[in-house]
Design a binder for this molecule. Structure first.
Ligand SMILES: [Zn+2]
Length: 312
């Protein structure tokens, strides 16, 4: 399925991958009057009332990255977009109306393309921050290919690290008119959501769906159907959404990850017996798609998941 509107997906960015390995083209892009920067400070992103702020090199001043540490995100319209990591110890000077915001808190209010762009920048900066040194020999790493390779500076080693993702499955299990939702102990009171977990080496996506559901709830699932995926840069997940059909119904909380799990009918969800996850999550879209297939839509009932407030 490709026509689902998922936050952080569909940035419509030309990633300009050929420029990463062309030092002259990279230098020209960085020096261009069309270069814009996505500042990341303490994992926070620069926003104002209208969306993501994209300062020029002059506006960033000394915080502007050089060719060695600029991360080329790609090209949007006529702009070259780079991630710029600001030094954590220095409080940046902001223009009026701008704020460094935690992405989770503002993602619901940013224009979709901006949310995808700053999520991408944050993920790249975070990955680089975790690869300052070689994981094989411990020597310092050096950025290459516009920030997409961290290469070991030891000539005896030469190990290269590439941006990593942590793929996770997220699944709405259903059986007839009921779906299976669980709640984690740290969530706000009354919130229930889909089952999720990281994929382990040696597993297919479907294997991971079956294992996670069985581990967390004891429910067995049969057929799984891919729904949509969502970059989830907290810090590096890719959420891969599935609908899955249950073949058993007895719930037993097995691994202690969930505080509760319940079968809920469409009527119970429509009557707001539980609070659904934020609408910015693929979890909400999984529940919504299943629910709406029953005839009445969540939107018609005014159920859109809790809104996220922009903290200013
Ligand atoms: Zn090394």
């Amino acid at each position: 399925m490709t026509d689902v509107d998922i936050p952080f997906a569909g940035s419509n960015l030309d990633r300009a991958t050929a420029v990463r390995v062309d030092p002259d083209a990279l230098a020209a892009a960085l020096a261009s009057a069309q270069a814009r920067f996505v500042p990341v400070w303490r994992q926070r992103c620069l926003v104002d009332k209208t969306g993501a702020c994209l300062p020029t090199a002059a506006e960033l001043g000394t915080a502007s990255p050089g060719a060695d540490d600029a991360i080329l995100l790609g090209r949007r319209d006529d702009q070259w977009l780079f991630a710029a990591e600001l030094e954590a110890s220095h409080e940046p000077v902001l223009a009026p109306g701008q704020v460094f915001a935690e992405l989770r808190e503002v993602m619901g209010e940013l224009p979709a393309a901006d949310a995808a762009l700053v999520a991408y920048a944050r993920a790249m900066v975070n990955w680089r921050g975790h690869h300052r040194h070689c994981g094989v020999c411990g020597a310092p790493n050096q950025a290459q290919e516009a920030g997409f390779v961290m290469a070991c500076t030891s000539s005896a080693c030469g190990h290269r690290s590439f941006p990593r993702l942590d793929p996770a499955v997220i699944v709405l299990v259903h059986r007839g008119d009921e779906c299976l939702l669980g709640r984690q102990p740290t969530w706000p009171d009354g919130r229930y959501s889909t089952i999720a977990g990281f994929i382990e080496p040696g597993e297919s996506l479907e294997d991971a769906v079956r294992r996670e559901v069985a581990e967390e709830t004891n429910v067995r699932v049969g057929a799984c159907r891919y729904f949509a995926s969502q970059p989830w840069p907290f810090p590096a997940a890719l959420m891969i959404g599935f609908h899955a059909e249950a073949s058993t119904s007895e719930i037993r909380l097995n691994d202690g990850e969930l505080a509760d799990a319940r079968w809920l009918t469409r009527e119970q969800i429509g009557a707001r017996e539980v609070t659904l996850p934020p609408r910015t999550s693929v979890a909400f879209r999984l529940i919504e798609t299943w629910f709406d297939a029953g005839g009445t839509t969540l939107r018609e009932l005014g159920i859109e998941g809790p809104p996220l407030k922009l903290r200013r």
